[in-house]
Design a protein around this ligand. Sequence first.
Ligand SMILES: [Zn+2]
Length: 101
Amino acid sequence: MSKLNCPNCNHQAMTSWAKLDLSPLFNKSCDHCGVNLAIPFWGLFLLILPITLPFACLQFAYIRSTFMNEYLMVFMPPSISIGVLIGFILFIYAAPLIKSE
Ligand SMILES: [Zn+2]
């Protein structure tokens, strides 16, 4: 079952783009049956971890090293954008939709 499918009616509930608007605090209704849908709290980690992990690792490496600093600054922007991309993909395709009241 696709992670974009509604747990109530089993049809596609929203587009992948619309799913990025969801959070445990902001619900969205299913396009097909109108039931309120949300993301469980742990689903947010799928989005946050890939974004913060490379950043935290590079920060740690930056503190530890003295001669690699110029290279780390070059790696920082691409690793963050790749992290954001991985976070979005994980969030859309791995975080389940749940019914909310
Ligand atoms: Zn539905």
